[in-house]
Design a protein around this ligand. Structure first.
Ligand SMILES: Nc1nc2c(ncn2[C@@H]2O[C@H](COP(=O)(O)OP(=O)(O)OP(=O)(O)O)[C@@H](O)[C@H]2O)c(=O)[nH]1
Ligand SMILES: [Mg+2]
Length: 327
């Protein structure tokens, strides 16, 4: 299943983001610490390519701290980028980010005429408005735990000479790797109308079974070792029984158990979990490229005219374009 979600307002938001970026000194891009690669929107990267950036791996309170360190290292090596962790409950975060912005644009924010202009951007529901409220010191931007709460750019003030812009969460039209769609769905950055919770839960269950988090997964649902070895499809039924997700007539309510497992993950009840590492991505990308090459080769076999399979016939009936051109 390929997950795609690009509601109409995001097209307008993209244009507005493009215009706004031209008058911006610093971009703060929020990534989800549980899935930093998946939450790195290529459309945003195109817009902010030449800007000074602070990349915040947000919701780090929910991610695996060891893997977050690896990602910090990964992003710190990118051009024009300072990478830090973000956590809405970290009391020191506000001062740290304001200090960083001032350091990165020392010539700005010195007077009314030269305000420091910072734009906050990122995928839906990653915590942009929450961070803005923290930076301006009051609840000025609307927040909520569903994607696409903010629908238009909003200008707010940290001080008279420090302007900050909240922007709508942005997705992109075509998600190339299926893992990105699933990871963003698990982290609640995709609208409910664009996904099938059961498929997302199956992906998550399989991931947890095979990951370094299998013990905390087993502990959360009191799974016996042999249950942990079941095929993920069967395991979802086991989880449903354990959580009493049974409809009348004894039918298993797979929708309900899917929603429970996904919500447990989002609430951090299965543990501090990172869904991806740079190493995993290397593996996924090479598998994807291999599959793509194979299916292109198969497609070509189907569409190639028959005479091309016949080497002998090919020699006699195929026009020699090079020599024809020379004449
Ligand atoms: N655990 C955790 N939750 C966070 C953090 N930051 C934000 N949230 C929660 O994430 C949800 C989304 O926050 P918002 O600030 O509305 O996200 P947004 O990026 O502005 O979302 P859109 O406007 O829809 O694009 C809210 O329920 C926040 O409380 C964080 O650091 N840790
Ligand atoms: Mg918002």
């Amino acid at each position: 299943m390929a997950i795609q979600w690009f509601p109409g307002h995001m097209n307008r938001a993209k244009k507005a983001l493009q215009e706004l970026s031209e008058e911006i000194d610093i971009v703060i891009e929020l990534l989800d610490a549980r899935a930093p690669f998946s939450s790195c929107n290529p459309l945003i990267q195109n817009i902010i390519r030449f800007k000074r950036k602070i990349r915040i791996l947000n919701k780090s309170d929910l991610a695996d701290p060891e893997i977050s360190k690896v990602w910090l290292d990964y992003f710190s090596q990118q051009e024009n980028t300072t990478a830090i962790l973000g956590d809405k409950d970290n009391k020191k975060q506000r001062d740290k980010i304001i200090r960083l912005c001032k350091e990165l644009a020392p010539a700005r924010g010195t007077s009314f005429e030269k305000p420091l202009r910072v734009m906050i951007t990122g995928i839906p529901n990653v915590g942009k408005s929450t961070l803005i409220n923290q930076l301006v010191g009051k609840k000025a931007a609307k927040t909520g735990d569903v994607p696409a709460v903010t629908k238009a750019n909003q200008r707010l003030y940290v001080s008279d000479t420090f302007v900050i812009f909240d922007t709508p969460g942005m997705m992109w039209q075509k998600i190339r790797y299926p893992q990105i769609g699933y990871n963003l769905a698990i982290c609640n950055s995709i609208g409910r109308n664009a996904l099938d919770e059961e498929l997302v839960a199956l992906y998550l269950v399989e991931f947890l079974q095979q990951s370094i988090y299998r013990d905390s997964f087993a502990a959360r649902y009191k799974l016996k070792p042999e249950q942990l070895e079941l095929h993920y499809d069967k395991l979802l039924d086991v989880l449903a029984n354990k959580r009493g997700c049974i409809m009348s007539g004894g039918v298993i309510d797979r929708q309900k158990i899917s929603e429970i497992v996904i919500q447990d993950f989002r609430d951090g009840k299965i543990g501090k979990i990172s869904l991806e590492t740079p190493e995993l991505w290397d593996k996924w990308i090479s598998e994807f490229v291999e599959e793509e090459e194979q299916s292109t080769a198969e497609e070509e076999m189907h569409t190639r005219p028959e005479y091309e399979y016949n080497e002998e016939e090919q020699k006699t009936t195929r026009p020699n374009r090079t020599s024809a051109k020379k004449k």
